[in-house]
Design a protein around this ligand. Structure first.
Ligand code: FAD
Length: 511
């Protein structure tokens, strides 16, 4: 696929408008070529700079222009104009650009800055039907805005990401996981309906029962089949508060047994885990937890064994359940085998809990840092081998004091296998997020480390799957999708046969 020169060369536009006036057929195409539309396409240096970077700051691809749509039709026109060309140009929707490996970029094509759809006011509408409450959300909207808009009405989505300054379309293109996923599934499991503009420029409303092939394809579909412009998301009554603890473990078997026990019940509302490789991790918790634990004991445990584990556990409550919350929480804790004196606890509003991770765009060092992240799903049957080989053996040697390592199990039965997201084929699997922050010149150290982990798993026969996957070759993608590859490819042929969309994923395009 060749890179496009300017999409609508000036002389073509003038000739075409003259032609239309002459034959008296000022139909829809004049819209497509209107100056209004042209004005929304920019290639100034600031727009190009933003669209050619992302949160990872590792990959930079220069687009030819950026579309700042103010309405859905702008995106339809853009996709149709690419399709109409003998050599189409590629199009990448960019939500918040919080991918880490150029997934929302295109070299020489057009980036669609989805956030500009919300310039005319936020597109978040709460509704009700026989099945219950829902919220219709523009694909460009951020989850933080969904949280504020819905809780005002005493309602909230049930499944979240840890960080909420992400777009709805961008996370639904992956899965959207957090500590609620064991109970409610990932965010993609809680979508009722979508509006999607396909790779052919068709506007399609889809759900489990209507145009279901597109619905299942798009959820977890890495932007390959269409651009999500609206998602209808399940709402439930919002609790008001969160009782929140972090419990420390030195023994991996106790830690994983307790985590798996917790996700097999519906007593907690949120279960995650964190790896503690140095004292910074628990020092950083002080801003959230009033009752802090004995740092010197943590330090000496770390000195002895290099790695500790923490379970993060939350139970929600409100005025009606406030009387029982302490009792219920104690019952839950009684069944766990953490180090008794090492417990951090807190009690915060639901909003403070869900929005606990601040906006990363406010980080003054943002431009200077890279984020060579690796996210894995690991089958439960091999989690001890993974722990021994990777977490105990390799991770402490990395000596990474600025990374955050999140580690917790999920239930497969909360995922819908018809969707495009890929997970291991076991009832329980763990997610491990190795969230390194580094200077650009040191990013290769982490990339090397990440590759070592993948090689270790390959050699040990541990069938991990990457979450937020990044591969360089088609063979790797085929292996990633496994038995889902045929349907994934078929859907691509059906909805984006010219392979226009999301080239930055490098599945069907080299860029
Ligand atoms: P972008 O990076 O803009 O886009 C990602 C992909 O989706 C691209 O291929 C793009 O073309 C496509 N896309 C974007 N918008 C649309 C649309 N409307 N329709 C179709 N395709 C589209 N993930 C979790 O699951 N849980 C977490 O807790 C979590 N925490 C995170 C914390 C941080 C600080 C960061 C940086 C990322 C985190 N992520 C998490 C990962 C995050 O969910 C993904 O990176 C997601 O893609 C980010 O959304 P975005 O809007 O920035 O997407």
């Amino acid at each position: 696929m060749a890179n496009p020169p300017p999409i609508f060369p000036q002389n073509t536009i003038v000739l075409f408008i003259l032609f239309c006036i002459i034959i008296g057929k000022l139909g829809p195409w004049t819209n497509a070529l209107s100056l209004d539309f042209e004005n929304k396409l920019r290639n100034d240096s600031e727009s190009i700079r933003t669209a050619s970077n992302d949160y990872g700051n590792l990959i930079h691809e220069i687009p030819s222009s950026i579309l700042f749509p103010s309405r859905i039709d702008d995106i339809i026109q853009l996709i149709k104009s690419s399709n109409a060309r003998s050599i189409p140009f590629t199009i990448a929707a960019r939500g918040r650009g919080h991918s880490v490996r150029g997934q929302a970029m295109t070299r020489g094509g057009v980036v669609v800055d989805m956030t500009s759809l919300s310039k005319n006011g936020n597109r978040i509408r709460i509704g009700n039907n026989a099945l219950g409450s829902y919220v219709d959300v523009g694909g460009e909207q951020l989850w933080i805005d969904v949280l504020h808009a819905t809780t005002k009405h005493g309602l909230a989505p049930v499944s979240w990401t840890d960080y909420l300054y992400l777009s709805v379309g961008g996370t639904l293109s992956n899965a959207g996981i957090s500590g609620q996923s064991f109970l409610h599934g990932p965010e993609i499991s809680n979508v009722l309906e979508l509006d999607v503009i396909t790779g052919q420029g068709n506007f399609v409303t889809c759900s489990r029962n209507k145009n279901s092939e597109l619905f299942f394809g798009v959820l977890g579909g890495l932007g390959q089949f269409g651009i999500i412009t609206r998602a209808r998301i399940i709402l439930d009554k919002a609790p008001t508060r969160a009782k929140w603890v972090r419990l420390i473990y030195s023994n991996f078997s106790d830690f994983s047994r307790d985590q798996e026990h917790l996700i097999s019940s519906n007593a907690p509302n949120y279960v995650e885990g964190i790896l503690i490789t140095n004292e910074n991790t628990t020092n950083d918790w002080r801003s959230f937890f009033s009752s802090s634990s004995n740092q010197s004991e943590i330090a000496s445990l770390l000195k002895n064994q290099g790695l500790l584990y923490a379970i993060e556990l939350v139970k929600y409550y409100d005025n009606q359940t406030a009387n029982n919350i302490d009792k219920e929480f104690q019952l839950m804790l009684k069944e766990l085998n953490f180090i008794p004196q090492l417990i951090f606890s807190s009690d915060v509003s639901l909003i403070d809990f869900l929005a606990r991770v601040g906006n990363s765009d406010n980080n003054p060092n943002g431009q200077l840092e890279t984020h060579p992240w690796l996210n894995l799903f690991i089958p439960k049957s091999r989690i001890s081998d993974f722990n021994a080989g990777v977490l105990v053996n390799m991770l402490p040697k990395l000596n990474d004091t600025s990374g955050l390592f999140i580690f917790y199990p999920l239930n497969k039965n909360k995922w819908d296998d018809r969707m495009s997201a890929v997970i291991p084929d076991e009832d329980i699997f763990y997610t491990l997020a190795l969230l390194h922050t580094s200077l650009p010149k040191e990013a290769n150290i982490f990339d090397k480390f990440n590759n070592q982990i993948l090689r270790f798993c390959e050699n040990a026969g541990i069938k991990v799957k990457q979450y937020l996957p990044y591969y360089k070759s088609k063979e790797e993608w085929i292996k990633h999708y496994g038995s889902k590859w045929d349907i994934f490819q078929k859907r691509k042929m059906q909805f984006d046969p010219k392979m226009i969309l999301s080239p930055g994923q490098r599945i069907f395009n080299s860029v």
